[in-house]
Design a protein around this ligand. Structure first.
Ligand code: GLN
Length: 299
């Protein structure tokens, strides 16, 4: 079969379950043929696909027909220009989260300019490491070695399986100065030594209301880890808990940055206000939702 015909035929079969059927097919066949980019694929449209290649492709295609997200099929997801390894133990990084990663990077740069001592930056619910590791990798490229080494990065997650993936991504991105802690939020006493010591906390916690989970697309509902999605009945459980604990871990003047669910920014803001956070602002994502909430802890 010619590559062009394979793309047409399988796109047709996939279009009932995927709104990105053609792209999905192109990604999966590129995976089998080991193409790095779309140009190679287009140049090879008239290539004859061998039987063994079709078989390998069909194994992937079958997974997609069962609604498995492309990122879990290929074990890859682009985020902030980096390719993260992902599997069903971590949430798939979303483009909307880049707003949060960018803010985290820019705040750390400001902190480095204003002070010459160590800066402590913590990602609560680090998952694949999307926010923390993209920040570390980008700053490692931008800053001189001494300045970069002034940042102490900490990633926290309750799931040891997720932390194995954070570790794998750390290695892929040649990052070694990151401390990973297995902890239920701030529960572990390994974090005690950071009390009143952290400059900046970032978090994209699980925030979906329990009642909404069953209405999600099957790609998400049936494959992404429920512990990375569910924010309790109100969706606010993790925000509330992280805000309440952060006041014990942040320095006076320390920052807390959240990714917010599309309708949660106001609730997060009022909870932060009630816990001594000031100068609170929000930022919008590409769909115009208030996706980021940031505030300064000051007593
Ligand atoms: N911090 C990770 C991300 O932003 C994981 C978040 C989560 O598991 N809720 O993608």
């Amino acid at each position: 079969m010619l590559l062009r015909n394979l793309i047409i035929e399988y796109t047709d079969r996939l279009k009932y379950i995927s709104s990105t059927a053609r792209l999905d097919v192109e990604i999966m066949i590129s995976e089998v043929l080991k193409y790095d980019d779309k140009v190679q694929l287009i140049m090879d449209y008239n290539r004859e696909i061998k039987k063994s290649e079709i078989e390998s492709f069909e194994a992937l295609f079958e997974k997609r027909l069962n609604n498995m997200p492309i990122a879990y099929i290929t074990n890859k997801k682009e985020f902030m220009g980096l390719t993260f390894y992902v599997d069903e133990n971590v949430l798939i990084p979303r483009p909307d989260t880049e707003v949060i990663a960018e803010e985290f990077i820019s705040k750390i740069k400001k902190l480095l300019l204003n002070r010459d001592c160590e800066i402590i930056a913590l990602d609560m619910c680090v998952g694949s490491g999307a926010i923390l590791l993209s920040c570390a990798r980008i700053l490692k490229d931008e800053l001189d070695k001494n300045t970069f080494e002034r940042i102490k990065f900490i990633g926290v997650d309750i799931s040891p399986k997720a932390l194995n993936i954070t570790k794998m991504n750390m290695q892929n991105f040649q990052l070694d100065n990151i401390m990973l802690v297995e902890s239920n939020l701030f529960g572990s006493n390994v974090l005690d030594c950071f009390k009143s010591n952290i400059d900046i906390i970032v978090s994209n916690p699980p925030y979906i209301e329990n009642s909404v989970i069953k209405t999600l697309e099957p790609d998400v509902r049936d494959y992404e880890p429920i512990i990375a999605l569910s924010g309790g009945d109100s969706g606010m459980d993790f925000y509330n808990s992280i805000i309440e604990s952060s006041v014990n871990y942040l320095k006076n003047g320390g920052l807390l940055i959240f990714e917010a669910g599309h309708n949660q920014a106001e609730k997060i803001e009022s909870k932060m206000k009630s816990c001594n956070f000031h100068d609170i602002y929000t930022k919008k994502d590409i769909q115009n939702f208030d996706r980021l909430v940031c505030g300064k802890f000051k007593v």
